[in-house]
Design a protein around this ligand. Sequence first.
Ligand code: NDP
Length: 495
Amino acid sequence: MSDITLLPAVTSFLAREHGLFIDGHNLASQGNAKIAVVNPANGQVIAQISDATQADVDQAVASARQGFKTWSRTSPAARAAVLFKLADLLEAHREELAQLETLQSGKLIGISRAFEVEQAAHFLRYYAGWATKITGQTITPSLPSFAGERYTAYTLREPIGVVVGIVPWNFATMIAIWKLASALTTGCSIIIKPSEFTPLTLLRIAELASEAGLPAGALNVLTGGGAVGKALIEHPGTDKVSFTGSVPTGIAVGQAAMGAKLTRATLELGGKNAVAFLPDVGIDKAVDGIIEAGFLHSGQICAAGERFYVHRSRIEPLLEALSQRLGQLKIGSPLDETTQFGPVANKPHQQKLAELFAIARREGSQIIHGGRIGDGPGCFVEPTVILANSASDTLLNQETFGPVATFLPYDSEEELLQLMNASPYGLSASLWTNDLGKAMRLIPEIQAGTLWVNMHTLLDPAVPFGGVKASGIGREFGSAFIDDFTELKSVMMRY
Ligand code: NDP
């Protein structure tokens, strides 16, 4: 098989002069600095985007403040209608957006179609449904009444204002949709800063949002490096930051937000997610589980399993079967529909993985499968299986965010729990067993924002998601995000 043919809409979009999206239009940046967007499958530059300046930031914030006035006064049902229309437009442009996403990130085209576009539309519809369901409470205060006066009180959930959304490169389309959907459904306006590696789909989605009827300024997109995100957070005209990315950047973002003016911050960060197999799980089921947890989208998923704990009696046959399965994967171009394993998303990330492999070798961990990076212009990294020497090995403690599964055997359930929880992070974990009673007893003992049983990685918009410990602050999805994107106002009345 060979690569699919790119749609004319994709080639013409790539050939455009890319500006910023401010006030409902594509606008040229007020500066000249450009950043190249590179296809990680072959190293070719596919577009140049603008590196926004402080003047661009000021302009986008002024527009978003105006957009907030209009949008927050738009009725909830009208807000929902725009978001539903945008979901329809995402689906109508499914192939165009999926191809752009694969070109900018190296994601397999099937994953771009299914997750970046179809799932994103599904999440968007879920959020749209919330616009008409955001409510407060009525409360009867117990204040003293001296002359027959009475009291009543109620609470309002008011949109927080102008949100800054900062998005990583791994699911550049879907995560941007989560952010704009949570902001817009609650009546906030939002300025999104995508990763400089993967800005293209969002520039196109902003145009579709205008087509869906979103008023000018409700969604602005500023491309550029981390400094653009920082300038937005520290700007006096922004009220909240919703950040998804790595732990070190998340800490810097949290500090900038608090330091500036106690700007509210939701931080969805990375982790070092644990996957535990109890001895009753069959080898084939365990191999399927490891591939689902650790190798989907080459492991470039914040919730992906990175630390795998297997009972000592099972580890040898399991690693042998896993290596055999990984050896059969077809590695190649992400635009070829028969490819099963593509490149990682960018050169710095490929380089980081090469350094982690070198550390693993230096520390004497056994590389059971893979462990090499490609030497061509594409960012290829072999699916890799590592057997650690001890719990202190670097590969069991530092997030790889790549196609790397590191294993450690355990002997008892007590030891297993101690190993799973001995991490400063707690985004997700999974437990694999056929013994439901045992699972129910272990669930409360495991420290993670999301715990999967006999599954891993899959997210649903109705189920809250976010980290405990150093994996973040706040929750997305379910009703949980409403607390993060609104302020609670109490009203008390005497009559
Ligand atoms: P980074 O933390 O490097 O970057 C995330 C975003 O922040 C990018 O848009 C980046 O811009 C921007 N940024 C960088 N520096 C600053 C700054 N000082 N102030 C404001 N913004 C800044 O993460 P990656 O893009 O490398 O993504 C991978 C990480 O994201 C992994 O650690 C992963 O675990 C985590 N992640 C967490 C998820 C969750 O829901 N918990 C989901 C997905 C990923 P630029 O790229 O242009 O430098």
